[in-house]
Design a protein around this ligand. Sequence first.
Ligand SMILES: CC(C)(COP(=O)(O)OP(=O)(O)OC[C@H]1O[C@@H](n2cnc3c(N)ncnc32)[C@H](O)[C@@H]1OP(=O)(O)O)[C@@H](O)C(=O)NCCC(=O)NCCS
Length: 173
Amino acid sequence: MHAITVRPETAEDIRAIDVVHISAFGGEAEAHLVDELRKSSAYNRELSLVAELGGRIVGHVLLTRVPLRREGSEKHVLALGPMSVVPSQSHRGIGSELINASVNLAKQKGYGAIVVLGHPEYYKRFGFVQAKDVQVTCNLPAPEDALTLREIVDGNLAGGGHVEYPEQFVALY
Ligand SMILES: CC(C)(COP(=O)(O)OP(=O)(O)OC[C@H]1O[C@@H](n2cnc3c(N)ncnc32)[C@H](O)[C@@H]1OP(=O)(O)O)[C@@H](O)C(=O)NCCC(=O)NCCS
């Protein structure tokens, strides 16, 4: 039994990352989003994590630095996603490892919070709470309940704010 390694992506991983997203999401939209972001200034290779198992890429999560604005101020938080694990390796904790690694990376890089648009039930177990409960909104036309967040620094999101995802995400929705 091989151990899971989570590490930043390299140029050699790009094709495998596409395959992970296409197989997990059952379509090309998320892989396309990652490829578009990779060409943009929003992209930072250190914030793109792969899960490797026995030399094979089996999972990927992308973190993007995004502005969170409120009247008179702006800060940056990390937006988590897309994230996926190949169906043949799901339910083995790989998704959990990717989220835990994301939280650790956010701490290491000094970010105060992580936001995520996705299945709220899944993220709840990792300490993510409903964004609407702390007056945080975003520019994507997704259901309000789908936006969740986790403070890395307690109180970081006090007062709420509006998260601006880059235009590549807007095109996906
Ligand atoms: C969601 C996903 C990343 C989870 O990866 P994983 O490696 O299977 O996750 P873990 O093994 O750490 O956790 C599995 C648990 O997640 C929960 N889970 C998985 N998908 C879920 C969902 N859509 N909603 C709520 N809970 C979910 C299940 O309770 C599961 O528990 P079980 O193994 O006891 O059945 C993976 O299923 C995936 O790639 N799905 C398709 C793409 C996707 O939806 N990505 C997330 C977008 S927000």
